[in-house]
Design a protein around this ligand. Structure first.
Ligand code: ATP
Length: 589
């Protein structure tokens, strides 16, 4: 497929917000792709070069893109920057610059090649080479490669190329929409999306799912199983706010485990190779060489996938330390130093693959018992503390005990037949009951920073108020929930300014907001916010469509930043509109 054709499809996608229409547009284009290119098309359409767990990204700084555009079009950096300031959009800037480009300003070498039409695979390969350039002089090489590419393509292609290399594609196409389009393109109906989703949840690999579907058909996709070193999309929990509710949810009998406040980890082992994946899922193997050693020492089998929580641990005092400690271990540098400063312990709670087969369809107790066959416990590795409760008092006692032991609450887990591991789902087979839910006034939410207003006085020059949003799983857009200005230290404000400055954009299409703010951001950063109460709002759009009136949304009153930056959640994993709606219903009940 020519990249030109894919660009035309992207242009049509940009013009609509309607999800069904977007699926049709995308399906129409990708049905012409062959099995060698569809995987790359799928990745590029999500703005990626590789699946997240591979860890190779295209994230050129905006100034490099500006330089490349300037070289390719014979303009000065300043005039490109001026155009960008005007439109607020790199893609439109590139488009406009190339449309107005006089022939005489073309780079000399591009003249003969100008007619060349690049395929999607050509573009992917050039992107790949840019992403892998490193070391001395790599910035220059990236700029040269990109400017060479831009000078060969049409204005429309340049629009998307420049957005892709800077991580700003913003088509409003999320994984779910893409899966639906793949289903429609290859099987003629949207109905098979579930089959594709099942395969995606087992492999976290959209490239694999798309290319297998196109090469070998739906039958093959429906048989895709868990594979070692492909992270399984994590199972998530719903919330309850009392022991009684917890018990009721499980029909009077439930397994309880401590809810450790750390970093979720999925551990894959084959021979001596061990890889660790976060809940995102990202490969975090290099950040935890100590955990790799613990696992190799404690393993009873050669091959498995298990899950647990990494917590900071004070070995002398035999005590779990707060989340803030372990979060310091999420770093790329000075790892050895941090290992001794912040020792960790792993609490294992699930097993997902063992003895050559997937266990995700197995029931809770079977998976739990299997853990004991796979890993021994010692000072560094433990199984999560567990009990079975049949009344609310027992739950309350276990809950108090969990809090006394440095945990944030308890997990309730279904023990009935069919209590499988629901990869990629936030179902009712698992619930969480946390200390903050007990006091209704301090519910906490993981929200995405969507926009900001500049601060005044001491905060002048920095962002002072942040517009916070939550992801709507059905509409696949971010909706606004509150504006937060309290709870930030001076250090926090400087940090957010430095990080968010690079993410400033024209208002992204995937944000549904009736509230204005001075600056909009690419939805990327997730932070924890508490609040007093959820109220119906005509200003905020969260849960709009789930409530009575057409314009009714939900808003969080008296919001406050807790100080916690939630690094292991992608923005689509923020507390969803649907969850917030459930919390609201509980609150009014
Ligand atoms: P939270 O921010 O409340 O941890 P979350 O969105 O990361 O929520 P949920 O599925 O809602 O994830 O809550 C369960 C989380 O609790 C898991 O992702 C995991 O990191 C952590 N956890 C701690 N102890 C356990 C346990 N015993 N069983 C399952 N998950 C546990």
């Amino acid at each position: 497929m020519k990249f030109k054709d894919l660009s035309q499809c992207y242009f049509k996608l940009e013009k609509t917000q309607k999800k069904l229409e977007m699926v049709d547009i995308l399906a129409d284009t990708i049905q012409g792709a062959d099995s060698k290119e569809i995987g790359k098309i799928a990745l590029l359409t999500l703005g990626k070069l590789y699946p997240d767990f591979i860890g190779i990204e295209l994230m050129l700084a905006e100034r490099m893109a500006i330089k490349s555009l300037a070289i390719a079009t014979g303009k000065s950096d300043k005039s490109v920057q001026a155009l960008l300031d005007e439109s607020g959009d790199l893609g439109k800037t590139a488009h406009k610059l190339l449309e107005n480009k006089p022939q005489s300003t073309l780079l000399a070498f591009t003249k003969q090649e100008e007619q060349q039409e690049l395929s999607v695979l050509d573009i992917w390969e050039i992107f790949d080479s840019i992403a892998k350039m490193s070391g001395e002089g790599s910035s220059d090489r990236k700029i040269r490669t990109l400017s060479g590419l831009i000078s060969k393509v049409s204005p429309l292609e340049a629009r998307y190329i420049i957005r892709m290399v800077c991580g700003q594609l913003r088509l409003g196409v999320a994984t779910q929409l893409l899966l639906e389009a793949l289903s429609l393109a290859k099987t003629g109906t949207r109905e098979n999306k579930g089959v594709l989703e099942r395969a995606y949840n087992r492999t976290s690999d959209i490239e694999f799912v798309a290319s297998t579907l196109f090469a070998e058909g739906l039958e093959k996709i429906s048989k895709v199983e868990v594979k070692i070193f492909n992270p399984i999309r994590v199972m998530l929990a719903q919330r309850v706010s009392s022991s009684e509710e917890l018990l009721e949810r499980f029909g009077g009998k439930v397994a309880l485990e401590y809810k450790y406040d750390g970093l979720r980890v999925q551990i894959h082992k084959k021979g001596t190779t061990v890889k660790l994946f976060s809940r995102k899922p990202e490969d975090i193997t290099n950040q935890f060489p100590d955990v790799i050693e613990f696992i190799n020492n404690a393993a009873k089998e050669d091959e498995f996938i298990i899950e647990g929580e990494i917590v900071a641990y004070d070995l002398q005092k035999d005590k779990i330390l707060p989340f803030q400690q372990v979060s310091q271990r999420k770093r790329k540098h000075d790892i050895d130093k941090k290992i001794s400063e912040v020792p960790v312990r792993v609490y294992l709670f699930d097993s997902l693959y063992a003895f050559g087969k997937s266990e995700i369809e197995s029931d809770y107790f079977d998976r739990r018992q299997l853990l004991e066959k796979l890993v021994e416990t010692n000072n560094n590795i433990q199984y999560s503390h567990q009990t079975v409760a049949e009344n609310a008092d027992d739950i309350e006692n276990f809950f108090q005990q969990a809090l006394e032991n440095g945990c944030e609450g308890v997990m309730g887990k279904d023990i009935s037949k069919g209590s499988s591991y629901q990869a990629g789902a936030r179902g009712w087979n698992w619930v969480k009951y946390k200390a903050d839910y007990v006091d209704k006034l301090s519910d906490s939410f993981d929200l995405v920073i969507l926009g900001a207003d500049y601060g005044k006085g001491k905060r002048a020059g920095l962002y002072g108020t942040f517009l916070m949003g939550s992801f709507d799983m059905i509409d696949a857009v971010y909706k606004t929930f509150t504006k937060v200005a309290t709870g930030f230290s001076d250090k926090n404000l400087q940090y957010f300014y430095d990080v968010l400055k690079k993410l400033e954009r024209a208002k992204p299409k995937e944000i549904l907001s009736d509230t204005e703010c001075q600056i909009w951001f690419e939805p990327s950063i997730v932070i924890e916010v508490t609040g007093a109460e959820i109220t119906v709002s005509q200003i905020h759009t969260c849960a709009r469509g789930l409530l009575g009136g057409k314009t009714d949304g939900l808003a969080l009153r008296f919001p406050r930043f807790t100080g916690r930056i939630v690094e292991d959640k992608a923005p689509e994993d923020s507390t969803s509109n649907q969850e917030i709606h459930t919390i609201y219903l509980n609150q009014i009940r």
